[in-house]
Design a protein around this ligand. Structure first.
Ligand SMILES: Cc1ncc(COP(=O)(O)O)c(C=O)c1O
Length: 309
């Protein structure tokens, strides 16, 4: 992995602020995090033009504003304000590589959970996170003994920091037992998603994925992959409830998400999918996604925001 990038600044409540000056009082670390929500966005270099493109920027910012609203915070910034903030922040940090952009909203609070303030403070920062697309990364996954959160407890649809304790339990158990990733089921035993990514199965040449009411984050990569599957690969996609045994019966499977990108799953609970190698549709999807996010594929330009000078 290359050296980490130089972190020059963060965007904080409307201002590009030097990295070292973006501090908050230590007593706020716990309490301000309870109501916090965030996004994770990637920007990719196009190897032909050396231009950096933010992928699905407005879709992520729309979900960010929705998460802020659903935790009942008020945000002073519009979609356009946040779009401009991301572009100017990335320019200010002047990266010469792929980057990861994290908008984060929180409310100041003196207590855990009481709604003492409704004003969302917004921080955006940019850092490096190397892409694993077109590397040989695969996943040996397991079904977690932890169940996914439910909509009327802590809604997975909201990208709230607190939801990620559920993810942490599942991740930690999977690693401890020698797996790469966990797959979480709903309390009813249906397949939901991974701790930070969605799941696609392939059966008889068709992609099957849990529906948005299966305890999942309404993932932007999931939508992207479904559209690419239908339009670019000519593969049918079905959104529906998915049984646990369908995981084992699948010919192939892959995870998708901004962070994980597209990663083939080769075993689940030590049972091989297909011949235990990445499946054809998973490989085609990874290659297609790679070309689209980098802008090597010139179609789908509406998903890429150029950073420019
Ligand atoms: C729980 C969870 N599910 C799915 C995803 C994938 O969402 P997206 O494709 O919008 O990044 C993420 C990643 O952010 C996530 O944290």
């Amino acid at each position: 992995m290359a050296e980490s990038m130089n972190l020059a600044s963060v965007w904080w409540d409307g201002k590009i602020t030097p990295w070292e000056d973006a501090t908050i009082h230590v007593t706020q670390i716990g309490t301000a995090s309870v109501s916090s929500v965030f996004e994770g966005i990637r920007a990719y270099l196009n190897p032909n033009t050396n231009e950096l493109n933010v992928f699905q920027l407005d879709a992520h910012l729309k979900r960010f504003l929705q998460s802020i609203r659903l935790v009942r915070l008020e945000c002073d910034y519009s979609l356009q304000d946040l779009h401009d903030a991301v572009v100017s922040l990335v320019r200010d940090n002047d990266p010469d590589r792929d980057v990861y952009i994290r908008p984060f909203a929180y409310a100041e609070s003196r207590t855990f959970g009481a709604a003492t303030s409704t004003l969302a403070h917004v921080i955006i920062h940019v850092t490096d996170w190397d892409s694993k697309l077109k590397t040989d990364t695969v996943s040996h996954s397991c079904v977690s003994s932890w169940t996914r959160l439910t909509d009327n407890q802590m809604a997975p649809r909201v990208k709230a920091s607190a939801n990620y304790l559920n993810s942490r339990y599942a991740n930690e158990e999977a690693k401890r037992n020698g797996y790469d990733h966990a797959i979480l089921l709903t309390p009813q035993g249906k397949v939901a998603e991974g701790p930070g990514m969605c799941l696609m199965l392939v059966r008889d040449g068709k992609i099957i994925t849990p529906s948005v009411t299966s305890g999942i984050l309404e993932s932007i990569t999931r939508e992207t992959v479904m559209q690419l599957a239908r339009e670019a690969l000519g593969v049918q996609v079905i959104e529906r409830e998915v049984d646990r045994t369908e995981l084992y019966a699948a010919d192939e499977a892959f995870f998708c998400g901004t962070g994980i990108e597209v990663v083939p799953i080769v075993t689940i609970d030590r049972l091989k999918l297909g011949d235990g190698n990445p499946g054809e549709i998973s490989k085609k999807m990874q290659s297609c996604y790679h070309d689209v996010v980098r802008g090597i594929e010139t179609r789908y330009g509406e998903w890429r925001t150029k950073i420019g000078d």
